[in-house]
Design a binder for this molecule. Structure first.
Ligand SMILES: Cc1cc2nc3c(=O)[nH]c(=O)nc-3n(C[C@H](O)[C@H](O)[C@H](O)COP(=O)(O)OP(=O)(O)OC[C@H]3O[C@@H](n4cnc5c(N)ncnc54)[C@H](O)[C@@H]3O)c2cc1C
Length: 312
């Protein structure tokens, strides 16, 4: 059977935007794509998934344990669901990177991670060495293909779909060794870093946690998400869910503005798909200027207030 299953990412209420991007990647395989929503009450998220153009069916997999989905409890359910599919994908987000390898292991399938291009149903391009090398990998054809889809490489599947929503009950015993205890989320009213159209980031050059206010201020003026370099995270200026780069988040905004960031390869790898990159750094030889579309040599503490004034 040639059919693709995409596992939706959501918080129980809202479909995460990564699912719409991963759907575009999944559709590139050329088979019908069903979206599975694992939740305690999957209704609202299933409706949102069904409205994505290109989705064939939406499967609601409801059980109490899915209220707080964990990799350990989702993986056996994905394994059971995969019996009807030739391909199973998740977005290449922190959550997808946690869940999919477990499901792939249960399915005995060598997972293709970070798919950035689909060449055919079994051949994919993916980045390695911090995006410096793109490899073509071939998945075996005698087993289900499992993979994570790099959301920065695909556009959102547009709204306007009307997929059929069906209930799916799975007779799967879930492992008791892992259970949900508590979720601590850094709350922010700012746009989500990975789906924001504009992102403003600060680095070690910002100096300290208090100074980071200047970054938040300019970001709010621009309606932007806020990111940071690892040096800024390690120094405790900001929480680590704001880190952009190889070991942080991969972002693809239309506008990426970075202040006091040198442009180390591990940071730059996270912004390769950004539209326009604007860099402000007081060192004219900073490597960030090699990839910036617009570079300004100067002190961020002088430039940001000027910019704020101009923005009104
Ligand atoms: C395995 C591995 C994974 C990593 N993953 C990541 C990752 O995911 N993300 C990431 O960011 N890094 C990552 N790093 C770290 C990376 O190598 C760099 O150390 C880090 O990106 C540097 O952060 P920075 O540019 O803020 O700091 P620095 O390199 O110290 O640069 C600070 C910059 O601020 C400028 N500056 C200082 N004061 C001002 C001012 N007043 N106005 C304007 N400019 C000013 C300086 O000229 C300098 O260029 C990783 C490293 C390793 C080894």
């Amino acid at each position: 059977m040639s059919r693709t299953l995409l596992i939706a990412e959501h918080d129980g209420k809202q479909l995460n935007p990564s699912t719409a991007k991963a759907l575009t990647g999944a559709l590139a395989v050329g088979h019908p794509v069903d979206i599975a929503v694992f939740a305690a009450d999957a209704g609202p998220v299933a409706e949102q998934a069904a409205s994505l153009e290109g989705a064939d069916k939406v499967l609601k997999v409801e059980r109490a344990e899915n209220e707080h989905p964990l990799a350990a409890t989702l993986a056996p359910q994905i394994e059971a669901l995969a019996a009807d599919y030739s391909h199973v994908f998740m977005p290449s987000t922190t959550f997808g990177k946690d869940v999919m390898p477990r499901a792939a292991a249960l399915l005995g399938s060598p997972q293709v991670s970070d798919i950035m291009e689909v060449l055919d149903a079994h051949s994919f391009k993916r980045p390695i060495y911090a995006n410096n090398v793109i490899v073509t990998v071939k998945a075996p054809s005698d087993t289900v293909v499992t993979g994570t889809i790099r959301t920065a490489s695909f556009k959102d599947a547009p709204a306007g779909g009307q997929a059929e929503i069906t209930d799916k009950s799975l007779d799967v015993e879930l492992p008791g060794h892992s259970r949900f205890v508590e979720l601590e989320v850094h709350k922010s009213d700012r746009p989500d870093l990975q789906s924001a159209q504009r992102v403003v980031s600060g680095g070690r050059g910002v100096g300290n946690k208090e100074n980071f206010e200047i970054i938040y201020r300019i970001a709010d003026k621009l309606g932007a998400g806020v990111g940071a370099s690892r040096a800024a995270v390690d120094a405790g200026f900001v929480p680590n869910d704001m880190q952009v780069g190889q070991t942080g988040k991969i972002v693809a905004p239309e506008l990426y503005m970075c202040f006091g960031i040198s442009g180390a390869i591990q940071h730059v790898t996270g912004i390769k798909d950004a539209g326009t990159i604007v860099a402000v750094n007081k060192d004219p030889d900073a490597p960030i200027f090699e990839i910036a579309d617009i570079g300004l040599v100067g002190d961020l503490f002088e430039i940001i207030p000027e910019l704020e004034e101009k923005l009104g």
